[in-house]
Design a protein around this ligand. Structure first.
Ligand code: HEM
Length: 117
């Protein structure tokens, strides 16, 4: 399940960048990319919940990891919504970077999956 989770959030991030670029160009197909992106949000959340479910005693750090992961997704939606309205997406981007760093740090710190530390 860890590999499914990693594959899922990786594709989510790639699709997010494609969606931002397409939206900036005003491409009509940006909507389709956003729909697929939302499907991958669900897959990322579902695989994350499966991982949580597989843990016998969930410590606070796991909840923080899950919250931070949801925050990354929320920030992506903020960026896309702000750019669509032609408003500044700076707040969304700042949150996205912070949330992603926190999520990756906690994800890699916690013991499941690849042991990088
Ligand atoms: C874009 C969003 C997300 C990113 C970038 C992300 C990233 C990661 C990373 C890097 C790992 C570590 C994998 C490993 O050690 O091999 C991980 C594990 C995990 N993620 Fe996520 N994640 C995201 C969303 C979520 C969500 C929404 C949830 C829960 C609802 C979640 C729950 C978990 C859990 C429970 C683990 C296992 C922790 C462990 O390694 O022991 N993640 N994630």
């Amino acid at each position: 399940m860890t590999h499914a989770h990693i594959t899922s959030w990786f594709i989510t991030i790639v699709l997010f960048f494609i969606a931002v670029l397409m939206q900036r160009q005003g491409a009509g197909k940006a909507k389709i990319v956003q729909m697929v992106l939302r499907l991958f949000y669900i897959l990322t959340i579902a695989t994350g919940v499966f991982l949580l479910h597989s843990i016998a005693s969930i410590s606070t750090l796991y909840w923080l990891k899950a919250l931070a992961g949801l925050w990354v997704i929320g920030a992506m939606e903020m960026v896309l919504a702000a750019e669509k309205k032609g408003k500044s997406a700076a707040a969304g981007w700042t949150q996205w970077v912070i949330a992603l760093v926190v999520t990756l740090f906690l994800g890699l710190l916690l013991p499941l999956g690849f042991d990088l530390f």
